[in-house]
Design a binder for this molecule. Structure first.
Ligand code: NAP
Length: 507
């Protein structure tokens, strides 16, 4: 989808990203009669992460009926857990149905957003030009910027390398000795494909993940018809899925000991699928289930038992032009000859790139604001010092147990309520007070202290460099939705003048 549109000089709302978050914002702004917005999208199509990630086997580990907008159910899901192409098709169809394409500027990445104190607006820069906006909604997502480890010698590797979120579909794997680095949610989905299609697969595993059976199935024509004719049935199915998923939170955040039953189930599958005790020992997790994202797969372990697959758990120390070199604890080095390296090494989550190109009231970037304390925001979206900026799926809104689409819808609903309240009071600028933001985050951190994510004995991207969990929501999602039902202006410094700094007033 090429872009030919010219950017306007000014717009009421600038949305960044045309994934679930950006599309939801646009739809709800239209519904509220606030159609003066545009969407900046760096890619060539809508979909966000579901466009960027097209690796073989890419699918969602949240059930289809739940991983979709509540206001746009899809009766035609083909599987209980959707594959990437169908989720992308769904988002394209939603963008068409709500007539969003005319508002989207494709191949137009945001390069910088700077708060102009004098004008009381945001100044946005892109490779296609600059414009101003009264407010900015960042919907770029937390899992958008691939993270590739800086392995010594990697730049001199003679073969092919790519990250799972930038899959090289033109690269022919037949005859290749392929290395995979990483054993996260992405890697376990494409490892079986690589094992089938490459001559040899070497999986470099730093941490053995917990893997549970994936209870997937095809939805038949009859089920799809029922969904279409009786939408209430589909809603009920979604509600049941939601409730079942929420139950996991009890284990993750309240009583981790009940996760032992799930651990037993995972170990049973491992034992059944991996008869070799040595390989099984390598693949057995050494931390509490839930501390890292729980993975779902029926074909990951079987792939690793095949004669052309090998699991290496020694530390990678360098890359040679033709090999990856590992070292044991007592210093013994091994060269693993490989032709292609696939990085399943995740994303920049606790240091999102957006933070380095958004500059607030004091001229400092978000990254500079967060450099000491780590990421923090009020309700995971509004940040002191950054007036009229809303970061969807921001700090502490990630989930280890349920659908992120629920969080996005709650945040967009909150934003619309906030705008209504601002209009009623004639306000043009709002930003959280430092006290409100700090109190909110202190509360979150207290709740997170006892959760399996903080105490489960693993290192994960849920925790930042300071060991603070700045990514996950600590409790039930219905609590997040309850808190975001109404915006409370007493949490904000406000101003009715576009050019006067906001101050706190009684709400
Ligand atoms: P990830 O969960 O961050 O996993 C990255 C993997 O790379 C980990 O196994 C990590 O090891 C390893 N790694 C990183 N740096 C390394 C290094 N220098 N040397 C060796 N190994 C290294 O990334 P991901 O698998 O792309 O998944 C990211 C997130 O995307 C998921 O948690 C999930 O939220 C989302 N996702 C969702 C789905 C879905 O079905 N909904 C599918 C895919 C991804 P350690 O474990 O030791 O750190």
């Amino acid at each position: 989808m090429a872009t030919t549109k010219t950017l306007p000089q000014h717009v009421d709302t600038a949305i960044v990203g045309a994934g679930f978050a950006g599309l939801c914002t646009a739809i709800k702004l239209d519904e509220a009669g606030r159609g003066d917005y545009l969407i900046l999208e760096r890619d060539t199509e809508v979909g966000g992460t579901w466009h960027a990630n097209s690796y073989p086997g890419c699918a969602c580990d949240v059930p289809s009926h739940l991983y979709s907008f509540s206001f746009a159910p899809n009766p035609d899901w083909k599987h209980a857990f959707s594959r990437q192409p169908q989720i992308l098709d769904y988002l394209i169809e939603v963008a068409q149905r709500y007539d969003l394409y005319p508002k989207i500027h494709f191949e137009t990445p945001l390069a910088a957003a700077t708060w102009d104190e004098e004008a009381g607006r945001w100044r946005l820069e892109t490779p296609r030009g600059s414009f101003t906006a009264n407010r900015v909604v960042l919907g770029a997502g937390g899992l958008s910027e691939p993270s590739v480890p800086a392995l010594p010698g990697l730049e001199d590797f003679d073969g092919t390398t790519f990250h799972s979120a930038r899959w090289d579909h033109d690269h022919d794997l037949s005859g290749d000795r392929v290395a995979v680095i990483g054993t996260g949610a992405s890697a376990i989905q494409f490892v079986p494909y690589l094992q089938r299609n490459a001559t040899h697969l070497t999986l470099f595993q730093r941490t053995a993940p917990w893997v549970l059976p994936r209870r997937d199935r095809r939805y038949g024509a009859l089920e799809r018809r029922v969904n279409r004719l009786l939408p209430g049935v589909q809603r009920a199915v979604r509600l049941r899925m939601y409730a079942v998923r929420e139950m996991w939170l009890i284990g993750f955040a309240i009583k981790p000991s009940i996760l032992k039953a799930a651990e037993r189930l995972a170990l049973k599958m491992l034992e059944k699928q991996v008869p070799d005790p040595q390989l099984r020992a390598k693949l057995t997790p050494k931390f509490r289930l839930g501390c890292k994202r729980v993975l779902l797969s029926n074909d990951y372990y079987p792939a690793l038992t095949q004669p052309n697959a090998e699991v290496v758990t020694d530390r990678i120390v360098e890359v040679l032009p033709y090999a990856i070199v590992t070292e044991t604890r007592d210093g013994a080095r091994t060269e693993h000859a490989v032709d292609t390296i696939v990085f399943g090494t995740g994303f920049h989550v606790t240091d999102p790139p957006a933070a380095s190109y958004v500059r607030g009231r004091d001229g400092r970037t978000l990254a500079e604001h967060w450099s000491d304390t780590g990421m923090s925001a009020l309700h995971g979206m509004a940040i002191a010092g950054f007036p009229n900026l809303y970061m969807l799926v921001g700090p502490n809104t990630g989930l280890g147990h349920n659908s992120i689409v629920l969080m996005i819808e709650a945040q967009v609903g909150y934003l619309l309520d906030l705008l209504t309240r601002m209009d009623a009071r004639g306000l043009t600028q709002v930003e959280p007070t430092r006290d409100a933001q700090d109190a909110y985050n202190d509360g979150l951190q207290r709740k997170l202290e006892r959760t399996v994510w903080n105490t489960g004995g693993c290192e994960s991207w849920y925790l930042d460099a300071n060991g603070r969990n700045t990514t996950l929501w600590p409790t039930f999602t219905f609590e997040f939705m309850r808190q975001l039902r109404h915006a409370d202006l007493s949490e904000y410094a406000v101003s009715a003048s576009p050019t006067r700094e906001p101050e706190q007033v009684p709400a």
